[in-house]
Design a protein around this ligand. Structure first.
Ligand SMILES: [Ca+2]
Ligand SMILES: [Ca+2]
Length: 171
């Protein structure tokens, strides 16, 4: 091997060493942590709250519910909870059609009428609630909008305006 060839080999080895060192550093010290309280995406594009331990993910409705679910209680910290919902990050709340009313983001598209006018169950629901556990009909009770939990089928109580919960739906 010529001197030039030797030089190239040494440079290649050095480069490999640097890459190895960087990987070793990343593995040893971990990747840089994300910012505190950042949003976490749950199943069905529900956005949640990440505790400072970087492991515990809370639903929006677990923030400021007076139960400390993060180890250090950052879900109940005063700067978030003292003027609800103004101090909550926008991704944790949903404004109903009537802007006076708001709900936690995880109550949107959950099948229940949390806004009172069903505005949380209409429009941009990525995961419609009428999955296998639901029966699609026009509910007669205020708490549901477009379907009822299948568990309410065949219980001799009318939940659908067309009585389909009692005559067509199997639990
Ligand atoms: Ca809490
Ligand atoms: Ca809802």
């Amino acid at each position: 091997c010529t001197r030039r060839c030797l030089c190239i080999s040494i440079i290649a080895l050095l480069a490999l060493g640097v890459v190895g060192a960087v990987i070793g550093f990343a593995v040893t010290f971990g990747l840089p942590p994300p910012t505190p309280g950042q949003s976490v995406i749950f199943f069905c594009n529900q956005t949640g709250f990440l505790c400072d331990d970087r492991v515990t993910c809370l639903l929006a409705s677990q923030i400021c519910n007076r139960i400390r679910e993060c180890v250090n209680g950052e879900d109940e910290q005063e700067k978030l909870c003292n003027d609800l919902p103004s101090n909550l990050p926008g991704y944790l709340i949903f404004r109903c059609s009537n802007p006076v009313y708001w709900i936690y983001a995880d109550k949107k598209c959950n099948g229940a009428n949390d806004c009172g006018d069903c505005s949380d169950e209409k429009g941009t629901c990525n995961c419609p609630p009428c999955g296998t556990q639901w029966w699609s009909c026009t509910p007669v009770f205020f708490e549901y909008c477009t379907c009822i939990p299948r568990a309410l089928c065949g219980d001799r109580i009318q939940h659908c305006s067309d009585w389909s919960d009692e005559y067509a739906c199997n639990r």
